[in-house]
Design a protein around this ligand. Sequence first.
Ligand SMILES: Cc1cc2nc3c(=O)[nH]c(=O)nc-3n(C[C@H](O)[C@H](O)[C@H](O)COP(=O)(O)OP(=O)(O)OC[C@H]3O[C@@H](n4cnc5c(N)ncnc54)[C@H](O)[C@@H]3O)c2cc1C
Length: 439
Amino acid sequence: MSKFVLIGSGLAGGLLAAYLGRRGYEVDLYERRADPREGNIVGGRSINLAISTRGIHALEQIGIAEEAMQHAIPMRGRMIHNRAGELHFSPYDVDPKKCINSIGRAALNSTVIEAAQRYSNVRVHFNHKCTSVDIDSPVAHLETASGSVTASGDTVIGVDGAFSAVRKSMQNTIAKFQYDESYLAHGYKELTIPPGPDGSWRMEKNALHIWPRKSFMMIALPNPDGSFTCTLFWEFEGPRSFATTKTDDDVRRFFEEEFPDAVPLMPDLLDDFRNNPTGSLVTVRCAPWSYRDKTCLVGDAAHAVVPFYGQGMNAAFEDCVVLDECLEESSGNRERAFTEYFRRRKENADALADLAIRNFIEMRDKTASKTFRAKKKLDHALEAALPGKYLPLYTMVTFTRMPYAKAAKRAQIQDSLVYASLILIAAVSITAMLWLLAT
Ligand SMILES: Cc1cc2nc3c(=O)[nH]c(=O)nc-3n(C[C@H](O)[C@H](O)[C@H](O)COP(=O)(O)OP(=O)(O)OC[C@H]3O[C@@H](n4cnc5c(N)ncnc54)[C@H](O)[C@@H]3O)c2cc1C
């Protein structure tokens, strides 16, 4: 049986190790950090994430969905907070049972690693940082507290996130490797709304809260302990930005002006703002994702996207399902499996990258407008009137496993038909009015 060396035991790394372990492969998984079950929470990254249909399906396929989802909190729609502190709730779907779920990153990471470790052929090595990979051999070079070591196998898979060391080695070795990374002008900072005195949630628990402010926004997702993790997405530079907001007074003033209803709920705002890192938001596109049967990329290492569709992890989990299917179909021919996996996933990863950037503009700017709410109502009315025929884009992306590229194309066609129908209705109404006036 072939031996896989996996670099990175984040969300996709743990899950992929479980899938490969179930196929009977020998798997050695190397992670630069300490074991997350020892309380080593991934610093600077989202504490909680939204998991939806694609991600849950991937967990179901390996039999851990129930275990993983036991502490997840359903979010049925967007709760929009305007500057006056007024609230508007906009459900995600016409079917109130369709929701996204807030789940803790650390708990989910532990669950997938434990699922992998149930297979005796999977071994996990923490505190091993990959510095490079000789992709022809393939051999991974790793740093540990006690010196350098190497790990060799038949294939090295890079599941080491947006700043992948495995991808870097592929880039340095493969002629004509295509690589593109683009950063948003916005960064993000995590802040906390702690639980109320009785441990309850101080805002609506079953919603994703959004404070849209045109060029920037804050969001909040609920946690099982009664707290919310807020994320402020804001320009790095500019007259009003992370760069110019230096003192406690600056921070207080900015929050009181922009998020007045949140300030009383954030007693640790100034400490959080000062101490928590400001993260950057990157989109990575590259090709190819594999080299012969020697190396392959999965998850953010292959296609990091900005977080505004809540799909990065969902897509990374979907990669694991597709790669597993390709390994099954290729009867152990790894090169064929990797080529087919790339063929099935690449256009979808590219489509998701575009959708995620577009959704930033929708979330921070359009969700506040009456037109947005009217469009959502029209979407839901059409979905109810034409069941199975009309599916809003958000529904296709979040509540189905339709390939992302197909969902994006179908939404474009639907929108054109809806706009054409509206123009036709307007034209007919005007003609009728003119005819009535003339007679
Ligand atoms: C603010 C924010 C909010 C998000 N919200 C959502 C959301 O709501 N829903 C959603 O689906 N997605 C969300 N995402 C995206 C999601 O976090 C990623 O898509 C997901 O974590 C990708 O999983 P991964 O396993 O590919 O990479 P990662 O989770 O980044 O894991 C990579 C692992 O590799 C390890 N590693 C890195 N380099 C090395 C090395 N050299 N050697 C050894 N180990 C290494 C890292 O320590 C890490 O454990 C969000 C992202 C951000 C930044």
